[in-house]
Design a protein around this ligand. Structure first.
Ligand code: PMP
Ligand code: GLN
Length: 379
C-alpha cells in the first residue's frame, strides 16, 4: 500500500460493523438504514433489470437520471442545471467526491474542510497529494468561526470541501455561515465541493440551503448527492455531481478513469424516485425525526449528553458523564461488553484532542433497535 494511505488504516465504519456482527450487537454505528427502500423505487429497479438494462450505461449516466437530477435541482432549489452538460452520475457520492478532489487538486494544493469531517475526505486529499486544512466546529454550538476559516484559506486553497447537513454532528449550515465560506472561495478563487447527501433529511422545519444557490456561487460550486441516503439504498451506490458545465466536466473526465460507469438498472429507478420526493421521501424524514427524538431521549436516560442534530442520520453525544475518556477504546469494547456498536468522533478528526469523550450514534435504525440499544447502554 502506498505510504500516503497507510495512516488511514481501515475505515472506522467497517471496524465497528465487524465488531457488531461478531458480537451480535445492536449496530448504532455505521449509517445505513434499517428501513426498507420505497417500494416504487425497488419496483422500478426490478423492471429495469427485467427490461435488460444490464450493460454499461453512459459514463455520465443514463439520460433519464440526468434529466431527473436536473429537474430535482431546478424544482427544489431553483438551480439551472442542464441535463446534458451539468450532471455526472458516479459510483455513490464517494465516486463524485473522489473525482472532484482528484480532478481539481494538484500535488501541494490545499483543501479546507470543517472538522469533524467525514473520513473519506482526508484519505482522498492524501490520494491527490494535497494538504487538508481543518477548521474546527466547536461543540456545543458548532458555529463557524469566521476568523479560523479565514486563517485556514489562502493562495494555495484549491477546494473548500463542505458537508451540510453534516456528518457526524447533524449541523445544517445557515445561509450566513454558507456566505462566510462563499466569501473565502471567491477571495481565493477556490471551488466549493459540497456534499449534500443528507439534503432531504432535516428536522424541526430547518431548511437545507445548497451552496450553489448563493449569489456568485453557481460558477464555482460542485454539488454532490446520492441515492443511498435519500431512498434508503446505500448499497446501490448511485451518486451524482451537478452544477456549471465546466466544473461537472472535471468530475466526468476524472470519473471515466475511476469506474467509468455503474449501476445500469439502478439509475432509472433513482430517476423515478427523484421525481417523487414529497410522496416517497418526506414521510421517511418525518419518521426519522421521531427516531432522532427517541435516540436523544434514550441517550439522556443512559446518562450521556447528546447534541440535538438538525439533520442527517446521527447524534453526537458526550459520554464523559458516564466515565468515558477515550471514546475510541470504549467503542472498540462495547459491542462485546454492552451489545451496542457506535463510532468515536475522533475518527473524523486529525487528533482526538477535544473530542476524546464524544461518540456518534445512528438513528436511521428501527425503533426496536434504538430502544434496545439505548436500554443496553442504560443497563
Ligand atoms: N458523504 C457523507 C457525508 C456520508 O455520510 C456518506 C456516507 N453515506 C457519503 C458521503 C458516501 O455516500 P455514498 O454511499 O453514496 O458513496
Ligand atoms: N456514511 C456512513 C456513515 O457515516 C458509512 C459509509 C461507509 O461505511 N463507508 O456511517
Amino acid at each position: 500500500l502506498v505510504r500516503r494511505l497507510r495512516p488511514h488504516g481501515e475505515s472506522v465504519f467497517a471496524t465497528m460493523s465487524g465488531l457488531a456482527l461478531q458480537h451480535g450487537a445492536v449496530n448504532l454505528g455505521q449509517g445505513f438504514p434499517d428501513d426498507p427502500a420505497p417500494q416504487a423505487v425497488v419496483e422500478a429497479a426490478r423492471a429495469a433489470l427485467a427490461a435488460g438494462h444490464n450493460q454499461y450505461p453512459p459514463s455520465r449516466g443514463v439520460p433519464e437520471l440526468r434529466e431527473a437530477v436536473a429537474r430535482h435541482q431546478r424544482e427544489h432549489y431553483g438551480l439551472p442545471v442542464d441535463p446534458a452538460t451539468g450532471v455526472a452520475v458516479t459510483t455513490g457520492a464517494t465516486g463524485a467526491l473522489a473525482a472532484s478532489v482528484l480532478g481539481l487538486v494538484e500535488p501541494g494544493d490545499e483543501v479546507v474542510t470543517f472538522e469533524p469531517a467525514y473520513d473519506a475526505y482526508a484519505a482522498l486529499v492524501d490520494l491527490a497529494e494535497g494538504t487538508l486544512r481543518r477548521v474546527p466546529l466547536r461543540a456545543p454550538d458548532l458555529t463557524v468561526d469566521a476568523d479560523a476559516l479565514a486563517a485556514a484559506c489562502g493562495p494555495r486553497t484549491a477546494v473548500i470541501l463542505l458537508n451540510s447537513p453534516h456528518n457526524p454532528t447533524g449541523k445544517v449550515f445557515t445561509p450566513a455561515e454558507l456566505e462566510l465560506v462563499a466569501e473565502q472561495a471567491r477571495r481565493h478563487d477556490a471551488v466549493v465541493v459540497t456534499d449534500e447527501v443528507y439534503e432531504h433529511m432535516t428536522f424541526d422545519g430547518v431548511q437545507h440551503v445548497p451552496m450553489a444557490s448563493l449569489p456568485g456561487m453557481w460558477e464555482r460550486t460542485i454539488t454532490i448527492s446520492s441515492a443511498g441516503k435519500t431512498f434508503s439504498v446505500t448499497g446501490w451506490k448511485v451518486g451524482w455531481a451537478s452544477g456549471a458545465p465546466e466544473l461537472v466536466e472535471v468530475v466526468a473526465s476524472t470519473s471515466q478513469w475511476l469506474t467509468f460507469s455503474g449501476g445500469a438498472a439502478y439509475q432509472p429507478a433513482v430517476a423515478e424516485g427523484l421525481g417523487r420526493i414529497g410522496e416517497l421521501v418526506d414521510p421517511l424524514t418525518r419518521e426519522l425525526g421521531r427516531r432522532r427524538d427517541l435516540l436523544v431521549d434514550g441517550l439522556r436516560a443512559a446518562g450521556l449528553e447528546p447534541l440535538v442534530p438538525q439533520g442527517g442520520y446521527f447524534v453526537v453525544a458526550d459520554a464523559a458523564p458516564i466515565g468515558v475518556s477515550d471514546a475510541m477504546a470504549w467503542c472498540l469494547e462495547i459491542p462485546q461488553r454492552l451489545g451496542v456498536a457506535a463510532v468515536p468522533v475522533s475518527a473524523f478528526c486529525e487528533s482526538p484532542a477535544g473530542v476524546e469523550s464524544l461518540v456518534r450514534f445512528a438513528f436511521c435504525k428501527s425503533e426496536d433497535r434504538i430502544r434496545e440499544g439505548t436500554a443496553r447502554l442504560r443497563a
